[in-house]
Write a protein of this length. Structure first.
Length: 134
């Protein structure tokens, strides 16, 4: 998957396909990114956006995404009585007088952890920045 609007590319692991946000059909034309459905309760989201005051990165940048410093987080939540686990990596990239945020996030149930994290880690490892074409 190549995103010239935000200047990044990632590999979608074999056996999976990217889908437009909120869609069940393959359509990777969304400028911001896409999701990879893994199983019934799990997915990996790959997206980019320009940083705003309500959409930013913390100051604890202990990880890496491509060649960028990144914030890594893991947390747990529940919805409708079901437990969901989350893991994300978010990085900043200066671009002119703005900043682009890149986020890769896995959302999964406890029984889907191994497969969800395998796909998440493969996507994170494959992340590369490219030229931004506006």
């Amino acid at each position: 998957y190549t995103n010239p609007s935000y200047g990044f590319l990632v590999d979608i692991p074999n056996g999976f396909e990217g889908r437009k946000f909120g869609s069940y059909t393959p359509d990777l034309r969304d400028r911001r990114g896409f999701s990879i459905k893994i199983r019934s309760r799990s997915m990996v989201v790959v997206e980019a956006a320009y940083e705003t005051p309500s959409h930013g990165v913390g100051s604890h940048l202990s990880g890496r995404l491509g060649g960028l410093k990144a914030e890594e987080r893991s947390w747990e939540g529940s919805e409708g009585g079901l437990v969901f686990l989350h893991r994300s990596v978010v990085a900043r990239r200066p671009y002119g007088d703005q900043t682009i945020l890149y986020r890769i996030q896995a959302d999964y149930g406890p029984d889907e952890r191994v497969e969800a994290l395998r796909v998440f880690q493969a996507v994170v490892r494959s992340f590369r920045t490219t030229r931004v074409d506006q």
